[in-house]
Design a protein around this ligand. Structure first.
Ligand SMILES: [Zn+2]
Length: 132
């Protein structure tokens, strides 16, 4: 089994920063209207302002809702849970959820690293997950 800390992610493509056992997602904030985006954007789609301020989201959020995925492509072992996480920075992000049972709506989750789908033969990528 591949351990999370054995997987290397090219720094330029990672939309997150690993801090110990937690993860902070990269985002951008519009200096004009204050809208926050993940993944980061260069121009605000609401008012066209730019460049946007680069920010890091906190490593905790609140479950807005979730779904249990029971059918997927072969590289994803089912069932698995996807959650929409609301961050205090006023942005909502969809991500996988680590847990035996689905989370409760409104519960707080930590953002951590998890194993993602199979990338190439035998290679796994890490992606941020939510965990209760
Ligand atoms: Zn804006």
């Amino acid at each position: 089994m591949t351990r999370v800390d054995e997987v290397s992610i090219p720094e330029k493509v990672a939309n997150y920063v690993i801090e110990g056992d937690r993860v902070r997602l990269r985002a951008s904030r519009c200096p004009t209207c204050g809208s926050v985006f993940h993944p980061p954007r260069t121009i605000c789609p609401t008012d066209g302002a730019g460049p946007l301020e680069e920010i890091l989201l906190g490593n905790k959020g609140t479950v807005y809702t979730f779904t249990v995925v029971r059918q997927s492509t072969p590289e994803f072992k089912t069932p698995y849970v996807l959650v929409y996480v609301d961050f205090p920075e006023q942005v909502r992000v969809l991500m996988p959820y680590d847990g035996e049972e689905p989370p409760s709506i409104g519960s707080q989750v930590d953002i951590v690293m998890g194993l993602g789908p199979k990338q190439e033969e035998g290679e796994l990528a890490s992606v941020p997950h939510a965990r209760s």
